[in-house]
Design a protein around this ligand. Sequence first.
Ligand SMILES: *[C@@H]1O[C@H](CO)[C@@H](O)[C@H](O)[C@H]1NC(C)=O
Ligand SMILES: *[C@@H]1O[C@H](CO)[C@@H](O)[C@H](O)[C@H]1NC(C)=O
Ligand SMILES: *[C@@H]1O[C@H](CO)[C@@H](O)[C@H](O)[C@H]1NC(C)=O
Ligand SMILES: *[C@@H]1O[C@H](CO)[C@@H](O)[C@H](O)[C@H]1NC(C)=O
Length: 481
Amino acid sequence: MRFSLCCISFVWLCCYGVQNVFAYKIPQIKLELIGDKFNVSIPDEAGIENVAFNINRNRPFKAFEQGEFSGRVSTPIDNRWIFESKRHLRDDDTIYIWTDVQFNKNRFRAMSTPIVVSETLTDINEVINDNKSTVTTETPPAIDPRTEKCEPALTKIRDRNVCRGELLFEENFNGNELNVTRWRYEVRLPLDNADAEFVLYDTNAEITNGLLKIEPHIWGNDSPDADIRRGSLNLGARCTAYQNPDIECRRQPFGRVVLPPILTARINTKHAFSFKYGRVEVRAKLPQGDWLYPLLLLEPHANLYGQQAYASGQMRIAFIRSNLQLQTQSGTEMGGRLLNGGAVLRPEAIYRNAFMVNTSRDAHFGETFHVYTLTWDDRRLSFEVDGQKYGSIDGGFAQHEVGQNYAWTSGNYMAPFDQEFYITLGVAAGGHGDFSDDYLSKPWANTSPKAALNFWRDRANWKSTWTSPALVVDYVRVFAI
Ligand SMILES: *[C@@H]1O[C@H](CO)[C@@H](O)[C@H](O)[C@H]1NC(C)=O
Ligand SMILES: *[C@@H]1O[C@H](CO)[C@@H](O)[C@H](O)[C@H]1NC(C)=O
Ligand SMILES: *[C@@H]1O[C@H](CO)[C@@H](O)[C@H](O)[C@H]1NC(C)=O
Ligand SMILES: *[C@@H]1O[C@H](CO)[C@@H](O)[C@H](O)[C@H]1NC(C)=O
C-alpha cells in the first residue's frame, strides 16, 4: 500500500514536471492602480512556488535584469501572486514588467508587453506575448541586493561596497522643496575660464507634483527699467564660488561688462553623492527657446587633473541647443531636434563636437519627456534615449588629437573619467562654448567682451521663442554596474 502510493506519486510528479516544462506559460499580468500605489499579479496555479516581478517605469528592459522596482512573492493571496508597490504611477508612464516564476523545479521568465498607464483606468489585463516566454534553469539575477547574492560591481563610491545592479541614488522630487541632504543650489556667476554663460545661478527652482522645474528668466523680468548696464551685484555670503570669488560673487557693470542677462538655477550633489562608473538615468523634458541649453551633467568631484578649462572633464548625460531652429552656414540643423551626449574636455566651441555623439528626431526634444541614460564604465561612455542606444565614446582621451592633456597620462584608459563625479542639473544660456560662430543669426561672437551685451540687445528676436524654457525633471537614478 505504502509502496504503491510512493510509485504512483513518483510517476505523477515526473509526468507533471515534464509535461509542464513545455506547457507552462506565464499567464496574463494584471496591473491595478490603487490610489497612490499599484499591484501587479498573476493567478495561482498548482506547482508555482514563488514569483518575482521586475518593473521599470518608462524604460524597456534590455535583458532579464534587475528592475527599478522588484520583489519576490512567496505566498499567494486569494489565489493570486501579488506584488504591491508603494510607488505612484503617472498617467503618462509606460510600465515594463518581466516575471520570473519558480514552477516545480523549473524557472520560467517572460517579458510582458509594455503597459501604458493612461490606458489602464482602474485595472488592465495585458497578454504576454507567448513566444517570448522562455524556460531556464539558471538562477535568476539579483532581485534585491540586500537579500540575494551580491555580485561585485565596477562602480565605486567612497564609503561602502556596492553590488552590481544596485540602485545607488534615487531622486523623485517628491515633496515641495529641494532635499538639501542630497542637493545644493549653486549661487554664483559663471567662471570666465570655461563657458562664461550669460547667467546668474540662484535659488529659483520649483518642486511641484513630483517634478523639478528650472525656468530661466530675463534680468528684472525685462521690465522697462531693467538694464544690465546699471546697478551692481554682490551675492555676499550666499555665494558658492568654486575658485574665484571676485568673478563668481560680484559684478559691477562698466563699459562692456554687464550684469548677467539671465537668471536661472543649477543644483548639484557634490556634498552628498558622487561615484565612479555607473549608469545614470534622467527622465526630463528639456527647455525650448533660443540660446538656452539644459545642464544634465556629471562633474568632477576632486578636479584631480586641474580646475581650469575642463582639465578634469565633464560628462553630458544629454545636451541640446534648445533653439527652435538653428543652422550652420552650411545648413546643418543644430537646434533642439538634435540630441547630443558626450564629454567636454576643451572650452572652445569648435572642439565641442569632438567627443559628442548625436541622434535627431522630427520633434524638438523639449516637446515631451524622454529618459536619457549614460552608462560610464572603464572603457567607454554609452548614451541612450528612451532605452535606445545612439552612440558611445571610447576612452583613450590622453592620446586623442583634440584632448591632449599630459596630466591624464597618469590616470587609466578613461582619464580624466577615472575619478568620482557628481550630478548637476540646471539651465544655462549663451556663453562661449556651445554655440559656434558659424551658426546663423547668432547675436554675439564667442570670446568677444561684448558678447553678453549683444545677446541681451537682441532679445526682441529670441524672447518670443521661449515658449517652454524650463527644464523639468521627473527623476534621477544611478545604478551600480
Ligand atoms: C494589493 O496587494 C496587497 C499586498 O499583497 C494586498 O494586501 C491588497 O489586497 C492588494 N490590493 C488589491 C486591490 O488587490
Ligand atoms: C512572435 O514574436 C515576434 C517578434 O516579437 C512577432 O513578430 C510574432 O508575431 C510572434 N508570434 C506569435 C505567434 O505571437
Ligand atoms: C532626503 O534625502 C535623504 C538622503 O538621501 C533621505 O534619507 C531623506 O529621506 C530625504 N528626505 C525626503 C523628505 O525625501
Ligand atoms: C552626428 O554624428 C555623426 C556621426 O558621428 C557626425 O558625422 C555628425 O557630424 C554629427 N552631427 C552633428 C550635427 O554634430
